[in-house]
Design a protein. Sequence first.
Length: 269
Amino acid sequence: MAVHPTAIIHPSAIINPQAQIHAACEIGPHVVIDGPVRIGPGCKLAPSVIVMGETSIGSNCSIHSHAVIGDVPQDHGYDGEMTYCNIGNEVIIREGVTIHRAVTAGQATIIGDRSYLMTNSHVGHDCVLGEDVTLVSGALLGGHVTIGDKAIISGNAAIHQFCRIGTMAMVSGLAKVVQDVPPYLMTDRDGSIVGLNSIGLKRGGYSNEERTELKTLFKLIYRSSMPFYRVADLAHDIALTDAGRLFLAFFNSDSSRGIRKSVQRKKVA
């Protein structure tokens, strides 16, 4: 076991001899580190945290009580293959969170820097979360889900396996998401698209030009009656900012589940 001399480890913690614990880490009571786990400098593991397998945790992460990280995937086809779980830097993992390692040999479940996983949220095998992602309490991600930077998955939302959630998208609380949600958009509880995440864009420092362009693209793609091939041609000419091009690229990239349509609003008489 490689433990830095500045690490503080409670005597009741159980640590595998293969583990590596770096400078200024704090390992609390009854923590279990089972396997060749690597924990970066400045991390704090609260009482009763469990970290397993080929798991790597970056620097200055805060992991709260009863979180379980790197356990085997919930997949009938998994047969002990060497797979990984990689946690970035400055990640906050609250009480009761579960993060499973990947199911396919050589692959990893990935949590990006500064992500915030609130109580009892679940990240399934082979998920990839970008930077600054927020999972609110009780959010559930099936296997192979991809979440873009700064996206928010609200409380008790469930994301079907293989879905993609784009950059700065916001999924409603209690939502059932079975198809991809493009960048910068919001859903309702049925997982249907309801509009642009305008407040998030403004708070995120996006310029007036970018916000106006995204609004135009959203209306063109989701509110137009034109066939999509015609819409795509027009959208290509409109998407001049980085945000606009990222939004449009999402529609042109591979999708296992398809892209979610907009909710149809009822007309008021």
